[in-house]
Write a protein that binds this ligand. Structure first.
Ligand code: LLP
Length: 415
């Protein structure tokens, strides 16, 4: 469900015509729907309401402060992966006691920052990291609460770049080593073991891989408890998939229904680190057709957004629906939708059948709320796009389009 809908042949976000945003803000621009964000968050909250739980929004999916403040107001916690994400979370008032910190390469500075902020816990990913965390915690004088990220070796059946739960992945601690690493963690003076964490991948479109991995994790929790290592939190990670082309995917309640028995039995508080399911379909990338061209038999639409704005099609071969903002009847054609960047890999869609559009017309690239702006870059010295938030009949720029000055900020023409 989302709030990008056609009314009388014109695309709206909530009660704002997309065309108006383009006129006032220009293109390319990301447009987010605050109502959709809230609805998605509340859907998850409701689905898991029968269990003690905490939803930690995964900031890497979309870290704009307006997105974060919207979710903070709903009571969300945060899943962070860097000092920068911690800074963002704290600056919109997400309580430190609702922040969990994952990642295989936390630096000592980042550890100290998180300890001093009194975050809920670190999701530790290796024995060496634990050793460093113990020392830093001793220096800072704050005990580090931790979960170990275990790798249950299940196939999440998603794109190989975003599957993380197989044993060849760089993430987590192999399930067979977990017991020993837990014992080591429990022996450290400045570390307190509080939980177990898994994250098996992203854009997972079935419940089964979660069921499989959680039954493995559930067994581990029992064994730990038998050894006197009290586990209070099970963090099931993120990864709930969304429809990119109207395919059927499980709803939050489907996950809750199927996973509840295992989770309830553990007696633990459940943490969910959801990114994409909250923001993915709450955003679009708005772009303008610059030129039409053809080479040989192939037709191209050259648009003003590029791989530097949205890299998912180039990097993962991801599909994003594309629709003209004005939807009147027109002939259809098959084209590649490409950006101005000097790379053949710069495309938003390939061999896509679309209604014929002319230079100057607007296109909406759908499902662009997650891993879109956050993965953007300045490649080709392109200024990053503006971001806009819509709420009912209001909208506001929540990140200004970069200027040429922004582009060179911090650089020195050294001689
Ligand atoms: N927790 C951890 C430890 C993660 O690494 C991630 C995502 C999440 C939670 C949130 O997963 P989600 O609910 O959003 O699926 N750039 C890729 C996705 C990379 C996901 C990285 N980790 C894409 O555009 O599809």
């Amino acid at each position: 469900m989302h709030e990008f809908k056609f009314r009388d042949g014109e695309l709206y976000c909530e009660d704002v015509p997309i065309q108006r945003i383009a006129t006032e803000v220009g293109t390319p621009a990301y447009v987010y729907s605050r109502t959709t964000l809230r609805d998605h968050y509340r859907g998850l909250e409701e689905a898991f309401s029968d269990l003690p739980h905490l939803i930690c929004y995964s900031i890497k999916a979309n870290s704009n402060l307006a997105v974060l403040s919207t979710l903070a107001a709903e009571g969300a916690g945060a899943d962070i992966v860097s000092g920068g994400e911690l800074y963002r979370a704290l600056s919109v008032g997400i309580p430190a006691a609702k922040i969990v910190y994952a990642g295989i390469g936390k630096t000592e500075d980042e550890m100290a920052y998180a300890l001093n902020s009194r975050i809920l816990m670190f999701n530790a990913e290796s024995t060496t990291e634990l050793g460093v965390l113990d020392r830093v915690a001793g220096e800072v004088g704050v005990k580090a609460s931790i979960a170990l990220r275990v790798n249950p070796d299940v196939d999440a059946q998603t794109h190989p770049y975003i599957a993380t739960g197989l044993k060849e992945a760089k993430f987590g601690i192999g399930i067979d080593d977990a017991m020993a690493v837990y014992e080591y963690a429990a022996s450290l003076p400045n570390v307190e073991v509080v939980g177990v964490h898994q994250h098996i991948g992203s854009q997972i479109t079935q419940v089964a891989p979660f069921r499989e991995s959680l039954s493995i994790v559930g067994e581990l929790v029992k064994r730990l408890q038998a050894k006197g290592i009290a586990i209070r939190y099970i963090n099931i990670g993120g990864g709930f998939g969304i429809p990119y082309r109207q395919e059927k995917v499980p709803y939050p309640r489907d996950y809750a229904r199927e996973l509840e028995p295992i989770l309830r039995q553990s007696g633990c508080t459940v943490i969910l680190e959801i990114g994409r399911m909250i923001v993915g379909n709450a955003g679009i990338l708005l772009t303008k057709v610059l030129y039409r061209k053809s080479t040989g038999d192939k037709g191209f639409l050259v648009v003003d957004a590029a791989m530097n704005d949205l890299i998912r099609p180039s990097l993962y071969g991801s599909f994003h629906e594309i629709a003209p903002v004005m939807s009147e009847e027109r002939e259809r054609e098959t084209v590649d939708v490409v950006g101005p960047v000097c790379e053949s890999g710069d495309f938003l869609a390939r061999d896509r059948e679309l209604p014929r559009t002319e230079p100057g017309e607007l296109l909406a690239v759908m499902s662009a709320g997650a891993y879109a702006f956050t993965m953007s870059s300045n490649y080709n010295s392109r200024r990053r796009a503006a971001e806009v938030m819509v709420d009912g009949d209001r909208f506001g720029v929540v990140r200004k389009r970069e200027t040429y000055d922004d582009l060179v900020r911090g650089e020195i023409a050294w001689d």
